[in-house]
Design a protein around this ligand. Structure first.
Ligand SMILES: Cc1cc2nc3c(=O)[nH]c(=O)nc-3n(C[C@H](O)[C@H](O)[C@H](O)COP(=O)(O)OP(=O)(O)OC[C@H]3O[C@@H](n4cnc5c(N)ncnc54)[C@H](O)[C@@H]3O)c2cc1C
Ligand code: FES
Length: 346
């Protein structure tokens, strides 16, 4: 039997995993069930993500995907991918990844997760679209481990056809009295009992019992999460009880003026221009330098690099330790130049 220490040891930098099953969820989303080739078990927290690498036209592009399976079934790990109009990696995975294919992956990461020993007795999950994936991992895990947690699961989608995990969630809600599913469909087809239209403050207040011990997890578009956070705060929930996960990449600020700096990477003998407001990651990738930008939202740490000269502005340092920060490490996906820069990658 595998031990936890072994779980940590098995994950090398870009461990190849094997897709052992593919499950079509909706017309534009599929689940990929991944296994470690030697059969070793996975160790992750419900709500965390893995980053997978798609080799497209000779280049590996990394993207983060929340794990949708439960850590209580550690022999496999699943990700559920939804098509994105014009998206590079999501569409490639859906068009190319089938049972039997290998795919490189980085170790599970992320703070948007439930931790054994710190599971609230009341949980409110709010997801929209494919934001359902981390919630699914949490729900499966809580129910499989028979946690004494009341779960209010609010999910919003366009119609029954876009409701990922519909059958399983409806069945789980029938089987478990501690799971209350509140489904909101903006264009319902009449096949499932649901709330019509969008979630709003009044409906939220009516459906979510007021309890001081409730913790909320939110995943969806920013506007959706902003609105839900505001309603929860208005109902008295503390800020630190509201956790959010953002699937969308950080966008570079529009450069103010036309100020430009020099970005020097001595180990590769390369220099290039970086505009004020431009992300370090965008420039390093444009230059073809070997940097992995997996989550592009400042949470995975894969784009860590060290500033050896110059000054940057940063929007996230979440996965960096205080020692990293004082040693000059920053996240290239969350940093812009304030002066000429010299940096080391990795
Ligand atoms: C922590 C984390 C967990 C994630 N979990 C999942 C998951 O479980 N399932 C899943 O399908 N995706 C998930 N994502 C999003 C995923 O990483 C990719 O961003 C997404 O698949 C699009 O990548 P792409 O290469 O296809 O699009 P890109 O080629 O990178 O982008 C194409 C265009 O689409 C926009 N775009 C990018 N992502 C999205 C999006 N999610 N919705 C709408 N527009 C978008 C971009 O801004 C760009 O304009 C997660 C992201 C993060 C950071
Ligand atoms: S790409 Fe994940 S922290 Fe920068």
């Amino acid at each position: 039997m595998n031990t936890i220490a072994e779980h940590h040891l098995f994950w090398q930098d870009e461990s190849p995993l094997v897709c052992v099953e593919r499950i079509e969820e909706t017309r534009d989303a599929a689940t990929f069930v991944l296994a470690e080739p030697a059969g070793r078990f996975f160790h992750f927290l419900p709500g965390q993500f893995v980053s997978v690498g798609a080799a497209i036209d000779g280049k590996t592009h990394w993207r983060a995907y929340s794990i949708s399976s439960s850590p209580a079934r550690p022999e496999t790990l699943s990700i559920t991918v939804k098509r994105v109009a014009g998206g590079l990696v999501s569409n490639w995975l859906l068009d190319n990844l089938h049972a039997g294919c290998a795919i490189p992956a980085l170790a599970p990461a992320g703070e948007f997760a439930l931790r054994p020993g710190d599971v609230p007795s009341s949980l409110a999950l709010f997801s929209a679209g494919c934001g359902v994936t981390p919630m699914m991992s949490m729900t499966r895990w809580l129910l499989e481990t028979r946690a004494a947690t009341d779960i209010h699961f609010f999910h919003s989608a366009r119609s029954e056809d876009d409701f990922i995990f519909a059958d399983e969630l409806l069945t789980l809600a029938q089987q478990h009295v501690n799971l209350k599913l509140h489904l909101f469909l903006t264009r319902p087809l009449g096949r499932i009992a649901c709330h019509r239209g969008r979630l709003d403050a009044t409906r939220l207040q009516a459906l979510l019992p007021e309890r001081e011990d409730t913790r909320a997890y939110l995943c969806g578009q920013d506007a959706y999460m902003d609105a839900v956070s505001e309603w929860l705060r208005a109902s008295g929930m503390a800020d630190d009880a509201i956790r959010r996960e953002n699937f969308l990449p950080v966008r570079a600020a529009t450069p103010a003026g036309d100020e430009r700096f020099n970005l020097h990477v001595p180990a590769f003998g390369r220099s290039s221009e970086i505009a004020a407001g431009e992300l370090l990651l965008d420039v390093l990738e444009r230059e073809g330098l070997p940097i992995i930008g997996a989550c592009r939202t400042g949470i995975c740490g894969s784009c860590k690099c060290k500033i050896v000269e110059g000054e940057v502005a940063t929007t996230s340092a979440a996965p960096l330790s205080p020692e990293d920060v004082s040693a000059g490490y920053v996240l290239a996906c969350s940093a812009t130049a304030r002066s000429d820069l010299a940096l080391h990658i990795g």
